[in-house]
Design a protein around this ligand. Structure first.
Ligand code: GLN
Length: 472
């Protein structure tokens, strides 16, 4: 089978009847089987995907197929799909099954996407390497001794290894973009509120967004366009007009692309990535775009602010997993208090417990003002300053991460070092802005490198269309 980067190419072959959805599903099922050692899928919906493929093939015959006919999709284990197990790669949900389907996923299903299974991730989407899963780490298809990034590691690795055409991940601080960068594929985090969070397991509700991971910018635009929109089930979803992301006409001939001096000069930035970024900027200059040097002294506050606020929100969101309502229940508890304590102690992993404790601490009486309250103020300053930048520039460019995918086990004992790998991605979530990660080049280690563009709120159309012009 050909290696397809764009759904449009798959559909061309489907319409020409040189390919069927059943062929596609069988192809991906065989590849999933062959790549089991990468530990990407937690569950594969073999029969169901085959059945759905037959249905879509019939629709193609009748001319009634949806916009996503031929799209074989994997979903991160934090996205609800009615009647299917949902576990957030944790032990605490046990055998829990979704009672409804996430709005974002439902919109894709309505357009005839076929879901092939759900994918491993960091437990409750907390992590940057996919090593925090209760089901073991995912291995990077480019080098199985390296991490995939996280937390949507299985989702990015699946697309990179061609085990499905696209995946749905979630991005709270970079979890779609960073693994996309580490695996050499495309990852989009839309504006906060652009895509409904209904049916997404909450990590930090004021940061979380569902986003697509794809092999092309065109497909990221297509999936974002279909998933976008107001949802009565999510009060934070936006009524802002969606527009077209797929065939968006660029509003300008040349753009102003900002970059932070603090990012380019950051001591943690790999020298080869810096060179590739500088060469990318030079190519844009030659095309007539303006590169604008910006300074962002708040840069060093970004990761601490992110971790204070997200752990606070997580400690509240995860309080619902109490051993009573979902999945795992500790045996032999003598009373209710003990049931809570034992269920949570036994079934949450180390990183999740660390964050619940940190989040409870920053919210506790006596410390609230010093930590949570102060971090909220810093977030506001970051947002205000970022808005000012967008009065001056159209996009802000940065690497996706300071380095390439690191070795498995390399950072597990050093949470601070691990948290710092999010340094370039958390900005978009703190400010609620859309950001797109796409491949930049190859590193001498053989691993892919990635670049990220962030745009102003609800400027996804401009972000996708401009990024398409600068794939080089
Ligand atoms: N790596 C970040 C974290 O651990 C981002 C996670 C995410 O975006 N879900 O919080």
């Amino acid at each position: 089978m050909k290696e397809y980067d764009k759904l449009a190419d798959i559909q061309r072959d489907l319409w020409a009847r040189s390919l069927s959805c059943s062929d596609l599903v069988d192809f991906y099922l065989a590849r999933i089987e062959d790549h089991k050692d990468l530990n990407i899928f937690l569950e594969v919906y073999t029969e169901e995907a085959r059945q759905k493929a037959l249905e879509v093939d019939q629709k193609i015959e009748k001319g009634t197929a949806g916009r996503l006919a031929g799209l074989v999709l994997g979903i991160k284990d934090v996205i609800c799909y009615k009647g299917h197990r949902l576990g957030a790669s944790s032990q605490i949900l046990g055998e829990f099954q979704s009672l409804f389907t996430a709005t974002a996923l439902q919109k894709l299903l309505d357009e005839d996407a076929i879901v092939i299974g759900h994918q491993n991730c960091d437990e409750f989407a907390m992590g940057s390497s996919n090593e925090n899963s209760a089901f073991g780490p995912v291995r990077n298809p480019h080098d199985p001794n390296r991490v995939t990034g996280g937390s949507s590691g299985g989702s990015a690795a699946a697309v990179a290894a061609n085990l499905c055409h696209a995946s749905l991940g979630s991005d709270t601080g970079g979890s779609v973009r960073q693994p996309a960068g580490f695996c050499g594929v495309v990852g989009a985090k839309p504006t906060y509120g652009r895509i409904s969070r209904y049916g997404l397991i909450a990590y930090a509700s004021s940061f979380d967004q569902i986003g697509p991971i794809t092999r092309s910018i065109e497909d990221a635009a297509l999936l974002t366009e279909i998933m976008a929109g107001l949802d009565p089930h999510d009060q934070t979803s936006s009524s802002e007009k969606i527009g077209t992301y797929v065939d968006h006409t660029p509003q300008k001939d040349t753009y102003k692309i900002g970059y932070f001096e603090e990012v380019i000069q950051h001591p943690s930035l790999d020298a080869e990535i810096r060179e590739q970024i500088e060469a990318w900027m030079e190519r844009r200059r030659k095309e007539g775009h303006e590169l604008v040097k910006l300074s962002f002294p708040l840069m060093s506050h970004m990761v601490p602010t992110y971790y204070v606020l997200t752990t606070a929100e997580a400690s509240s969101n995860l309080s619902r997993y109490d051993g009573v309502r979902y999945g795992y229940r500790a045996p032999k508890a003598e009373n209710l208090e003990e049931l809570y304590v034992r269920s949570r102690s036994e079934a949450f992993g180390t990183e999740v417990k660390r964050r619940i404790m940190l989040g409870s601490f920053v919210l506790s009486a006596g410390y609230y003002d010093a930590y949570y309250g102060r971090a909220q103020k810093v977030r506001r300053k970051i947002q205000d300053q970022t808005h000012k930048f967008f009065a001056e520039v159209d996009f802000i460019m940065s690497p996706v991460s300071p380095g390439v995918a690191f070795n498995l086990g390399e950072k597990v004992d050093d949470p601070i070092e691990m948290y710092l790998s999010d340094i370039f991605t958390v900005h978009a979530n703190l400010a609620g802005l859309p950001a797109l990660a796409f491949p930049l080049g190859k590193h001498s280690s053989g691993m892919p490198t990635g670049i990220q563009l962030m745009a102003n709120a609800f400027e996804e159309g401009e972000l996708f269309s401009f990024s398409l012009t600068c794939k080089d």
